[in-house]
Design a protein around this ligand. Structure first.
Ligand SMILES: NC(=O)c1ccc[n+]([C@@H]2O[C@H](COP(=O)([O-])OP(=O)(O)OC[C@H]3O[C@@H](n4cnc5c(N)ncnc54)[C@H](O)[C@@H]3O)[C@@H](O)[C@H]2O)c1
Length: 345
Protein backbone atom coordinates (compact mmCIF):
# COMPACT_ATOMS: atom_id res chain seq x y z
CA UNK A 1 0.00 0.00 0.00
CA UNK A 2 1.37 3.42 -0.85
CA UNK A 3 1.89 5.77 2.08
CA UNK A 4 -1.02 7.92 3.21
CA UNK A 5 -0.13 11.63 3.55
CA UNK A 6 -1.68 12.82 6.81
CA UNK A 7 -2.59 16.18 8.22
CA UNK A 8 -3.24 16.64 11.94
CA UNK A 9 -5.57 19.29 13.34
CA UNK A 10 -4.73 19.77 17.02
CA UNK A 11 -1.11 18.73 17.53
CA UNK A 12 -1.27 18.27 21.31
CA UNK A 13 -0.66 15.39 23.67
CA UNK A 14 -2.37 12.47 21.95
CA UNK A 15 -1.32 13.65 18.48
CA UNK A 16 2.35 14.13 19.37
CA UNK A 17 2.85 11.21 21.73
CA UNK A 18 0.74 8.56 19.97
CA UNK A 19 -0.53 9.49 16.50
CA UNK A 20 2.63 10.97 14.96
CA UNK A 21 4.75 7.93 16.00
CA UNK A 22 2.03 5.60 14.70
CA UNK A 23 1.93 7.38 11.33
CA UNK A 24 5.71 6.91 11.02
CA UNK A 25 5.62 3.28 12.21
CA UNK A 26 2.87 2.43 9.69
CA UNK A 27 5.05 3.77 6.88
CA UNK A 28 2.67 6.68 6.29
CA UNK A 29 3.74 10.33 6.27
CA UNK A 30 2.86 13.39 8.35
CA UNK A 31 2.63 16.20 5.79
CA UNK A 32 1.08 19.12 7.69
CA UNK A 33 -0.41 20.18 11.00
CA UNK A 34 -2.72 22.91 12.26
CA UNK A 35 -2.30 24.18 15.81
CA UNK A 36 -2.11 27.75 17.11
CA UNK A 37 0.31 26.79 19.89
CA UNK A 38 3.88 27.75 18.88
CA UNK A 39 5.35 24.72 20.71
CA UNK A 40 3.16 22.43 18.59
CA UNK A 41 4.50 24.13 15.46
CA UNK A 42 8.07 23.61 16.63
CA UNK A 43 7.39 19.93 17.31
CA UNK A 44 5.87 19.51 13.84
CA UNK A 45 8.80 21.19 12.11
CA UNK A 46 11.16 18.77 13.88
CA UNK A 47 9.19 16.01 12.10
CA UNK A 48 9.50 17.83 8.76
CA UNK A 49 5.78 18.61 8.66
CA UNK A 50 4.41 21.94 7.39
CA UNK A 51 2.56 24.17 9.82
CA UNK A 52 -0.68 25.56 8.39
CA UNK A 53 -1.88 29.00 9.45
CA UNK A 54 -5.60 28.25 9.09
CA UNK A 55 -8.12 25.45 8.76
CA UNK A 56 -8.75 26.54 5.17
CA UNK A 57 -5.07 26.16 4.40
CA UNK A 58 -5.02 22.60 5.79
CA UNK A 59 -8.29 21.73 4.03
CA UNK A 60 -6.95 23.13 0.75
CA UNK A 61 -3.59 21.38 0.93
CA UNK A 62 -3.61 19.07 -2.12
CA UNK A 63 -0.94 16.82 -0.64
CA UNK A 64 -2.97 15.93 2.46
CA UNK A 65 -5.24 12.91 1.92
CA UNK A 66 -6.41 12.20 5.44
CA UNK A 67 -6.69 14.34 8.55
CA UNK A 68 -6.57 13.22 12.17
CA UNK A 69 -8.64 15.64 14.27
CA UNK A 70 -7.37 15.86 17.85
CA UNK A 71 -8.45 19.29 19.03
CA UNK A 72 -10.51 19.88 22.17
CA UNK A 73 -13.95 18.30 21.65
CA UNK A 74 -15.96 21.44 20.78
CA UNK A 75 -13.78 22.00 17.70
CA UNK A 76 -14.36 18.52 16.24
CA UNK A 77 -17.53 19.61 14.43
CA UNK A 78 -16.18 22.71 12.59
CA UNK A 79 -12.99 20.83 11.74
CA UNK A 80 -14.80 17.79 10.37
CA UNK A 81 -17.39 19.81 8.42
CA UNK A 82 -14.72 21.91 6.68
CA UNK A 83 -12.37 19.00 6.02
CA UNK A 84 -15.17 16.79 4.69
CA UNK A 85 -16.31 19.48 2.28
CA UNK A 86 -12.71 19.65 1.05
CA UNK A 87 -12.79 15.89 0.36
CA UNK A 88 -10.34 14.80 3.07
CA UNK A 89 -10.70 11.42 4.74
CA UNK A 90 -11.07 11.94 8.49
CA UNK A 91 -10.07 10.10 11.64
CA UNK A 92 -11.59 12.16 14.46
CA UNK A 93 -10.82 11.65 18.13
CA UNK A 94 -13.44 10.52 20.60
CA UNK A 95 -15.87 11.73 21.75
CA UNK A 96 -17.14 12.33 18.22
CA UNK A 97 -18.60 15.63 19.50
CA UNK A 98 -19.85 17.18 22.75
CA UNK A 99 -23.47 16.50 21.69
CA UNK A 100 -25.42 14.08 19.53
CA UNK A 101 -26.71 17.02 17.48
CA UNK A 102 -23.14 18.03 16.60
CA UNK A 103 -22.29 14.41 15.76
CA UNK A 104 -25.31 14.22 13.40
CA UNK A 105 -24.20 17.38 11.61
CA UNK A 106 -20.71 15.91 11.21
CA UNK A 107 -22.10 12.64 9.86
CA UNK A 108 -24.27 14.51 7.37
CA UNK A 109 -21.26 16.49 6.10
CA UNK A 110 -19.23 13.29 5.69
CA UNK A 111 -22.02 11.46 3.88
CA UNK A 112 -22.70 14.37 1.55
CA UNK A 113 -19.01 14.55 0.68
CA UNK A 114 -18.73 10.76 0.37
CA UNK A 115 -15.51 10.71 2.39
CA UNK A 116 -14.17 8.04 4.73
CA UNK A 117 -14.88 8.97 8.35
CA UNK A 118 -13.92 7.04 11.49
CA UNK A 119 -13.99 7.99 15.15
CA UNK A 120 -10.62 7.16 16.70
CA UNK A 121 -11.63 4.30 18.98
CA UNK A 122 -8.07 3.06 19.34
CA UNK A 123 -8.90 0.52 22.06
CA UNK A 124 -10.58 -1.84 19.60
CA UNK A 125 -7.13 -2.03 18.00
CA UNK A 126 -5.35 -3.08 21.21
CA UNK A 127 -3.83 -6.55 20.67
CA UNK A 128 -5.28 -7.84 23.97
CA UNK A 129 -8.78 -6.67 23.01
CA UNK A 130 -8.48 -8.31 19.59
CA UNK A 131 -7.52 -11.57 21.38
CA UNK A 132 -10.52 -11.27 23.72
CA UNK A 133 -12.89 -10.51 20.84
CA UNK A 134 -11.66 -13.62 19.01
CA UNK A 135 -11.95 -15.79 22.14
CA UNK A 136 -15.51 -14.63 22.84
CA UNK A 137 -16.52 -15.24 19.22
CA UNK A 138 -14.98 -18.74 19.38
CA UNK A 139 -17.11 -19.61 22.42
CA UNK A 140 -14.19 -19.89 24.85
CA UNK A 141 -16.31 -18.54 27.76
CA UNK A 142 -19.63 -19.96 26.54
CA UNK A 143 -22.51 -17.53 26.22
CA UNK A 144 -21.40 -14.05 27.34
CA UNK A 145 -23.60 -12.69 30.11
CA UNK A 146 -21.83 -9.55 31.33
CA UNK A 147 -19.00 -7.18 30.44
CA UNK A 148 -17.53 -5.04 33.22
CA UNK A 149 -15.09 -2.24 32.58
CA UNK A 150 -13.24 0.00 35.03
CA UNK A 151 -11.42 2.83 33.29
CA UNK A 152 -10.29 5.51 35.68
CA UNK A 153 -7.58 8.11 36.10
CA UNK A 154 -6.75 11.28 38.02
CA UNK A 155 -7.67 14.60 36.40
CA UNK A 156 -7.28 17.38 38.92
CA UNK A 157 -8.37 20.97 38.19
CA UNK A 158 -4.93 21.93 36.91
CA UNK A 159 -4.23 18.67 35.08
CA UNK A 160 -2.56 18.70 31.70
CA UNK A 161 -0.80 15.91 29.89
CA UNK A 162 2.69 15.40 31.19
CA UNK A 163 6.01 15.96 29.47
CA UNK A 164 6.33 18.55 26.75
CA UNK A 165 2.61 19.34 26.94
CA UNK A 166 2.74 20.47 30.59
CA UNK A 167 1.23 23.82 31.53
CA UNK A 168 -1.64 23.79 29.02
CA UNK A 169 -5.20 24.74 29.85
CA UNK A 170 -7.34 21.91 31.21
CA UNK A 171 -10.16 22.11 28.66
CA UNK A 172 -11.39 18.66 29.83
CA UNK A 173 -13.18 20.23 32.80
CA UNK A 174 -14.72 23.11 30.83
CA UNK A 175 -18.23 21.94 29.91
CA UNK A 176 -18.37 24.32 26.92
CA UNK A 177 -15.28 22.74 25.40
CA UNK A 178 -15.45 19.13 26.60
CA UNK A 179 -19.25 18.71 26.69
CA UNK A 180 -19.02 17.20 30.20
CA UNK A 181 -16.50 15.45 32.41
CA UNK A 182 -15.38 11.87 32.99
CA UNK A 183 -18.47 10.33 31.37
CA UNK A 184 -18.18 11.99 27.98
CA UNK A 185 -14.40 11.66 27.91
CA UNK A 186 -13.99 8.03 28.95
CA UNK A 187 -17.30 6.19 28.42
CA UNK A 188 -17.23 6.32 24.58
CA UNK A 189 -14.13 4.11 24.68
CA UNK A 190 -15.93 1.50 26.77
CA UNK A 191 -19.12 1.60 24.71
CA UNK A 192 -17.23 1.07 21.49
CA UNK A 193 -15.09 -1.64 23.04
CA UNK A 194 -18.14 -3.45 24.39
CA UNK A 195 -19.71 -3.57 20.93
CA UNK A 196 -16.41 -4.75 19.46
CA UNK A 197 -15.83 -7.50 22.04
CA UNK A 198 -19.40 -8.78 22.04
CA UNK A 199 -20.03 -8.44 18.32
CA UNK A 200 -23.22 -6.43 18.83
CA UNK A 201 -24.05 -2.90 19.91
CA UNK A 202 -25.44 -1.79 23.23
CA UNK A 203 -29.11 -1.04 22.69
CA UNK A 204 -29.82 0.99 25.78
CA UNK A 205 -27.73 2.71 28.47
CA UNK A 206 -28.30 4.70 31.65
CA UNK A 207 -25.86 6.66 33.79
CA UNK A 208 -25.26 8.09 37.24
CA UNK A 209 -22.66 10.82 37.67
CA UNK A 210 -20.78 12.14 40.68
CA UNK A 211 -18.78 15.21 41.67
CA UNK A 212 -17.06 13.61 44.57
CA UNK A 213 -13.47 14.84 44.83
CA UNK A 214 -12.60 17.71 42.50
CA UNK A 215 -13.97 21.25 42.85
CA UNK A 216 -15.04 21.64 39.23
CA UNK A 217 -18.44 21.82 37.63
CA UNK A 218 -18.33 18.65 35.53
CA UNK A 219 -18.65 15.06 36.76
CA UNK A 220 -15.46 13.49 38.13
CA UNK A 221 -16.92 9.98 38.01
CA UNK A 222 -19.74 8.08 36.35
CA UNK A 223 -21.37 4.67 36.27
CA UNK A 224 -23.05 3.52 33.11
CA UNK A 225 -25.13 0.41 32.69
CA UNK A 226 -26.28 -0.96 29.38
CA UNK A 227 -27.61 -4.07 27.65
CA UNK A 228 -27.08 -5.53 24.20
CA UNK A 229 -29.78 -6.92 21.92
CA UNK A 230 -28.92 -10.47 23.03
CA UNK A 231 -29.25 -9.40 26.67
CA UNK A 232 -25.59 -9.10 27.73
CA UNK A 233 -25.14 -6.59 30.58
CA UNK A 234 -22.46 -3.93 30.19
CA UNK A 235 -21.25 -1.82 33.10
CA UNK A 236 -18.68 0.95 32.90
CA UNK A 237 -17.11 2.75 35.82
CA UNK A 238 -15.18 5.75 34.55
CA UNK A 239 -13.50 8.34 36.72
CA UNK A 240 -11.24 11.36 36.96
CA UNK A 241 -10.94 10.89 40.74
CA UNK A 242 -8.89 7.69 41.02
CA UNK A 243 -5.22 7.97 42.09
CA UNK A 244 -3.08 6.58 39.32
CA UNK A 245 -1.16 4.28 41.70
CA UNK A 246 -4.37 2.30 42.35
CA UNK A 247 -5.60 -0.55 40.12
CA UNK A 248 -7.83 1.37 37.72
CA UNK A 249 -7.93 -0.36 34.34
CA UNK A 250 -9.77 -3.66 34.35
CA UNK A 251 -12.01 -5.44 31.90
CA UNK A 252 -13.94 -8.67 32.55
CA UNK A 253 -16.09 -10.63 30.15
CA UNK A 254 -18.20 -13.14 32.05
CA UNK A 255 -19.70 -16.13 30.25
CA UNK A 256 -21.68 -19.28 31.01
CA UNK A 257 -18.51 -21.40 31.13
CA UNK A 258 -15.64 -19.03 31.88
CA UNK A 259 -14.38 -15.52 32.31
CA UNK A 260 -11.73 -13.45 30.58
CA UNK A 261 -10.02 -10.81 32.72
CA UNK A 262 -7.80 -8.09 31.27
CA UNK A 263 -5.70 -5.81 33.48
CA UNK A 264 -4.05 -2.60 32.31
CA UNK A 265 -5.07 -3.03 28.69
CA UNK A 266 -7.39 0.00 28.59
CA UNK A 267 -5.40 3.06 27.48
CA UNK A 268 -3.16 4.26 24.70
CA UNK A 269 -0.31 1.79 25.13
CA UNK A 270 0.07 -1.89 24.25
CA UNK A 271 0.67 -4.39 27.06
CA UNK A 272 -1.31 -5.49 30.08
CA UNK A 273 -2.39 -9.04 30.86
CA UNK A 274 -5.25 -11.34 29.89
CA UNK A 275 -6.31 -14.34 31.97
CA UNK A 276 -8.91 -17.03 31.33
CA UNK A 277 -10.73 -18.36 34.38
CA UNK A 278 -12.29 -21.80 33.95
CA UNK A 279 -15.98 -21.87 34.86
CA UNK A 280 -15.80 -25.43 36.30
CA UNK A 281 -12.67 -25.21 38.43
CA UNK A 282 -12.13 -21.49 38.98
CA UNK A 283 -8.52 -21.96 37.91
CA UNK A 284 -6.93 -19.12 35.99
CA UNK A 285 -4.37 -19.31 33.21
CA UNK A 286 -2.75 -16.67 30.99
CA UNK A 287 -4.56 -16.16 27.67
CA UNK A 288 -2.24 -15.69 24.68
CA UNK A 289 -2.15 -12.33 22.92
CA UNK A 290 -0.73 -12.20 19.43
CA UNK A 291 1.64 -9.31 18.63
CA UNK A 292 1.04 -8.01 22.13
CA UNK A 293 3.73 -5.35 21.83
CA UNK A 294 2.10 -3.50 18.90
CA UNK A 295 0.65 -0.06 19.61
CA UNK A 296 -3.13 0.23 19.26
CA UNK A 297 -2.50 3.54 17.48
CA UNK A 298 -0.28 1.82 14.92
CA UNK A 299 -2.98 -0.81 14.30
CA UNK A 300 -5.56 2.00 14.02
CA UNK A 301 -3.53 3.94 11.44
CA UNK A 302 -2.89 0.78 9.42
CA UNK A 303 -6.62 -0.14 9.49
CA UNK A 304 -7.59 3.37 8.42
CA UNK A 305 -5.08 3.24 5.56
CA UNK A 306 -6.51 -0.09 4.37
CA UNK A 307 -10.07 1.28 4.51
CA UNK A 308 -9.00 4.38 2.60
CA UNK A 309 -7.28 2.40 -0.13
CA UNK A 310 -10.10 -0.16 -0.41
CA UNK A 311 -12.62 2.62 -1.11
CA UNK A 312 -15.32 0.55 0.54
CA UNK A 313 -18.51 2.28 1.71
CA UNK A 314 -18.48 3.24 5.35
CA UNK A 315 -22.11 3.70 6.36
CA UNK A 316 -22.11 0.99 9.06
CA UNK A 317 -19.10 2.46 10.85
CA UNK A 318 -20.59 5.95 10.78
CA UNK A 319 -23.94 4.67 12.07
CA UNK A 320 -22.11 2.87 14.89
CA UNK A 321 -20.22 6.03 15.89
CA UNK A 322 -23.44 8.06 15.84
CA UNK A 323 -25.17 5.43 17.97
CA UNK A 324 -22.45 5.78 20.62
CA UNK A 325 -22.80 9.57 20.58
CA UNK A 326 -26.56 9.09 21.03
CA UNK A 327 -26.15 6.64 23.94
CA UNK A 328 -23.78 9.00 25.78
CA UNK A 329 -25.87 12.09 25.11
CA UNK A 330 -29.12 10.49 26.26
CA UNK A 331 -27.60 8.83 29.33
CA UNK A 332 -25.96 12.12 30.31
CA UNK A 333 -29.14 14.12 29.92
CA UNK A 334 -31.06 11.70 32.12
CA UNK A 335 -28.32 11.28 34.75
CA UNK A 336 -29.12 12.70 38.13
CA UNK A 337 -27.26 16.05 38.38
CA UNK A 338 -24.16 15.47 40.47
CA UNK A 339 -23.88 17.02 43.91
CA UNK A 340 -20.99 19.39 44.59
CA UNK A 341 -17.59 17.85 45.25
CA UNK A 342 -17.42 16.26 48.67
CA UNK A 343 -21.15 16.68 49.16
CA UNK A 344 -23.68 13.98 49.89
CA UNK A 345 -24.35 11.86 46.82
N1 LIG B 1 -7.99 8.02 21.97
C1 LIG B 1 -7.38 8.36 23.10
O1 LIG B 1 -6.87 7.51 23.81
C2 LIG B 1 -7.29 9.80 23.47
C3 LIG B 1 -6.36 10.21 24.43
C4 LIG B 1 -6.27 11.57 24.74
C5 LIG B 1 -7.10 12.48 24.11
N2 LIG B 1 -8.02 12.06 23.19
C6 LIG B 1 -8.89 13.02 22.50
O2 LIG B 1 -8.05 13.78 21.62
C7 LIG B 1 -8.43 15.14 21.59
C8 LIG B 1 -7.23 16.00 22.04
O3 LIG B 1 -6.86 15.64 23.35
P1 LIG B 1 -5.38 15.97 23.93
O4 LIG B 1 -5.28 15.28 25.22
O5 LIG B 1 -4.35 15.70 22.90
O6 LIG B 1 -5.51 17.54 24.18
P2 LIG B 1 -4.37 18.65 24.16
O7 LIG B 1 -4.93 19.81 24.90
O8 LIG B 1 -3.06 18.08 24.60
O9 LIG B 1 -4.22 18.98 22.61
C9 LIG B 1 -5.20 19.70 21.89
C10 LIG B 1 -4.47 20.57 20.87
O10 LIG B 1 -5.44 21.26 20.09
C11 LIG B 1 -4.89 22.55 19.82
N3 LIG B 1 -5.92 23.49 19.39
C12 LIG B 1 -6.72 24.28 20.15
N4 LIG B 1 -7.47 25.07 19.36
C13 LIG B 1 -7.16 24.73 18.08
C14 LIG B 1 -7.60 25.18 16.81
N5 LIG B 1 -8.54 26.15 16.69
N6 LIG B 1 -7.05 24.64 15.70
C15 LIG B 1 -6.09 23.68 15.81
N7 LIG B 1 -5.63 23.21 16.98
C16 LIG B 1 -6.17 23.73 18.11
C17 LIG B 1 -4.21 22.94 21.12
O11 LIG B 1 -3.27 24.00 20.94
C18 LIG B 1 -3.58 21.62 21.52
O12 LIG B 1 -2.26 21.51 21.02
C19 LIG B 1 -9.67 15.23 22.48
O13 LIG B 1 -10.83 15.12 21.70
C20 LIG B 1 -9.54 14.04 23.42
O14 LIG B 1 -10.79 13.56 23.89
C21 LIG B 1 -8.10 10.74 22.87
Amino acid sequence: MDAVAWGIAGFGWVAQDYMAPAIAAAGHRLAAILDPDPSAGEAARRLNARVCASLDELAGDPEVEAVYVATPNHLHRPMVETLARAGKAILCEKPMAPSHADACAMAEACQEAGILYRTAFDQRHHPAHIAIRDAVAAGVIGAPTALRIVYACWVGPDWSACGSMGGRENWRIDPRKAGGGALIDLAPHGLDLAAFLLGEPIEDAHALTQRRVHPYTVDDGALLIGRTAAGVFVTLHVAYNCPEALPRRRLEVVGSSGQLVACDTMGQDPGGTVELIDGRTGAGSPWPVRDGHVSPFLNQVAAFGRALRSGEPDDDALAHDLHIAWLVDRAYAAARPPAAAGGAP
